[in-house]
Write a protein that binds this ligand. Structure first.
Ligand code: GDG
Length: 468
């Protein structure tokens, strides 16, 4: 069997796993069999940068990492990946900050990744590259003569050509995507947007299965929604709901209970609109005052960027305003923490909550929505409010689907959710749970890798070399 090589910006090193373990490491857990290799950035900045590859082994898996120089970190990671590509792929052209020096840094780091990975590769390795930081990786590997099968999965949305083309050098990035054998997206909508770019910008005509040929090279765009291990998460939730954190939280609540939001502190997550909606909820439905509390856990993220600093200041202001307006001496409507909490604690809190409000303005998938469903008590499940612009909304249609820009609609959904009869809650939850339980993390990996494994190996791919 071919060896799996995973490439991602950040490698979750076994030595660092703690409260925040999750994300990609959890999603890929089953696919990463002993013998696999995970390659990427160590998370460290050092003067020597990528000159040395650091190797760690744990449970039969090899973790190979390189450092970045401070300059590369700024241009590749902070400025181009998170200051240009992230807003672009979340439809936020107003926040797009492009500088060609940063783009050069992005290309350079991808080249360094390819050079660092090359000596570790074996001829029949399956290479699976993750996310928007690494779009040029296949082109860079091809330029070094690598003929292995290489797949790419995009964890963010993809945008239609009218938006994509606003990015200077978008044509190059699109060509870079076409150097992969398989390109995966969470939803049909994102794949359609990618194929729209391919048709519009490259003049190609993909077939209904997402196949097209670019410079003699066959590319397949697939839909492969990421999932979670629902049973394992439910077990965590059951145990954690009996633990001390959950007890403390439960004891602090009024009889109307808890509504919860859990997100990275990111402008794509719709927190400003959500906090406004919470104000509207207590204004429009005063019967819930003193009864219901909203807990927002928003772990700080990308703090070196101005857009995130401004977001945090604005959220601080709205929380202060809402709590100042509606608090009583013994009740706080909006509890807001910007620290991460342990994954177990989170699972228990989900189980305690009568309502989850997941209202990103755009989101590739949104795993919180799936985790909330998995964590519920089947006998007395809570209600999920979900943005129509989260990838998860394509699957989780029995949630209360809202437009995240409409604070009144979110407020109304909160009222409907909290007033919903047990029978309807159960019916909705059963349908949601069936989907979450069927679409596991394991299935996500198996589908992607079986597509990649079926690609014919081509001895020479000289036409793909050095796309710039
Ligand atoms: C990207 C895409 C796509 C959150 N706060 C804490 C914490 N979390 C965990 C959640 C969940 C994960 O982090 C967040 O995943 P999301 O999917 O919600 O969002 P992104 O981080 O933006 O992820 C997204 C995803 O990639 C996968 O493809 O779904 O659309 O943007 O697991 O539970 N975990 C802990 N403490 C926290 O405070 N331990």
């Amino acid at each position: 069997m071919a060896r799996l090589v995973v490439v991602s910006n950040r490698v979750p090193l076994p030595s660092e796993r703690g409260a925040k373990a999750g994300g990609l490491a959890v999603a890929l857990a089953d696919a990463l069999q002993p013998g696999s290799l995970w390659f990427g950035w160590s998370g460290r900045r050092s003067a020597r940068g990528s000159a040395t590859t650091h190797i760690q082994r744990s449970e039969g898996i090899t973790y190979a990492t390189i450092d970045l120089t401070e300059a590369d970190y700024q241009s590749f990671y902070v400025n181009f990946s998170n200051g240009a590509l992230w807003p672009l792929l979340h439809f936020r052209l107003g926040l797009l900050d492009f500088r060609s020096d940063d783009y050069d840094g992005y290309r350079s780091v991808n080249r360094q990744f390819a050079a660092g990975l090359l000596p570790l590769l074996r001829p029949d390795d399956l290479i699976w590259v993750h996310d928007y930081h690494m779009i040029p990786m296949a082109s860079e590997l091809r330029a070094l003569g690598v003929t292995n099968r290489i797949g790419f999965f995009l964890h963010t949305p993809f945008v239609p050509s009218s938006i994509f083309n606003a990015l200077p050098r978008s044509a190059e990035l699109l060509s870079n995507l076409c150097a992969y054998d398989v390109v995966g997206f969470h939803t049909r909508t994102y794949r359609a947007a990618f194929l729209d770019c391919v048709a519009e910008n490259l003049g190609l005509h993909p077939d209904p299965d997402g196949r097209f040929v670019w410079r003699g090279h066959s590319v397949r765009a697939i839909v492969d929604p990421i999932g979670i291990d629902a049973d394992a998460f439910a077990q965590r939730a059951i145990e954690s709901a009996r633990g001390s954190d959950a007890r403390l939280l439960r004891d602090s609540l009024s009889k109307g209970g808890l509504a919860i939001g859990v997100d990275r502190l990111d402008y794509s997550k719709g927190l400003i609109n959500r906090f406004e909606a919470i104000g509207r909820f207590f204004a429009n439905y005063p019967q819930h005052r003193r009864q219901v509390s909203f807990l927002q856990i928003a772990a700080r993220s990308r703090e070196e960027q101005g857009a995130y600093q401004r977001l945090r200041r604005e959220l601080d202001r709205i929380v202060g305003d809402t709590n100042g307006r509606y608090s009583e001496f013994d009740w706080t409507p909006l509890r807001y923490m910007t620290r991460a909490v342990k994954r177990d604690t989170l699972a228990g809190f989900f189980r305690l909550s009568r309502l989850a409000v997941v209202t990103p303005l755009r989101d590739g998938m949104n795993l919180v929505a799936k985790e909330y469903v998995a964590a519920q008590d089947p006998a007395d499940p809570g209600v999920l409010i979900l943005s129509r612009f989260a990838g998860a909304a394509e699957e989780l249609t029995e949630a209360l689907i809202v437009n995240p820009y409409d604070s009144d609609e979110i407020a109304e959904a909160m009222h409907i959710g909290l007033s919903m009869e047990l029978e309807e809650r159960r019916e909705r939850w059963q349908s949601l749970h069936k989907k979450v339980a069927a679409n596991t993390a394991r299935r996500f990996c198996t589908v992607f890798l079986s597509h990649l494994g079926r690609v014919d190996t081509q001895p020479e791919r000289p036409h793909l070399r050095a796309i710039s």
